[in-house]
Ligand binder design. Structure first.
Ligand code: HEC
Length: 120
């Protein structure tokens, strides 16, 4: 009797812990490259990213790398860099995890992935 109560409590606490722990990496949408999402990513890129990364990711004068033809950047890498940002000396890539929703960040990933086939 008492044992069952303890088991029930620990199951409940486990469930609460699983819901309460923030998810560090989000799951990639199955239809990542849907035309709709790529389009939304394109628009968001023009608003938030092109002033450093250049028009359509062609590369900027600010030390921000070009993002066209980048078959080396996986969707998960892109999502991580966009979410957490990156600093190399004077080159600062801002973090967007607090200002853009998960879906907005995936839209940017989709757009940049769509540029992988674009010649630099
Ligand atoms: C203030 C300028 C600036 C803005 C705005 C900016 N970036 Fe960056 N980004 C950088 C710099 C600088 C780097 C290179 C950082 C480094 O050298 O590690 C970078 C790196 C990246 C990388 C990694 C590229 C690689 O070669 O691994 C990605 C992806 C990226 N940015 C995407 C974006 C997206 C998407 C946005 C818009 C939401 C954005 N950036 C906005 C400056 C910027």
């Amino acid at each position: 009797m008492h044992r069952r109560f303890v088991i029930a409590c620990s199951l409940l606490l486990t469930a609460i812990a699983m819901v309460g722990v923030p998810v560090a990496t989000a799951d990639e949408p199955a239809d990542l490259l849907s035309p709709d999402r790529v389009q939304r990513g394109h628009e968001a890129f023009g608003e938030s990213c092109s002033y450093c990364h250049g028009e359509n990711g062609a590369g900027g004068a600010t030390g921000a790398p070009g993002l066209q033809g980048r078959t080396d950047l996986s969707a998960a890498d892109l999502f991580g860099t966009i979410t957490h940002g990156r600093i190399s000396g004077m080159n600062i890539m801002p973090a967007w995890g607090d200002s853009l929703s998960e879906e907005q960040r995936w839209a940017l990933v989709a757009y940049i992935r769509s540029l992988a086939g674009v010649a630099k």
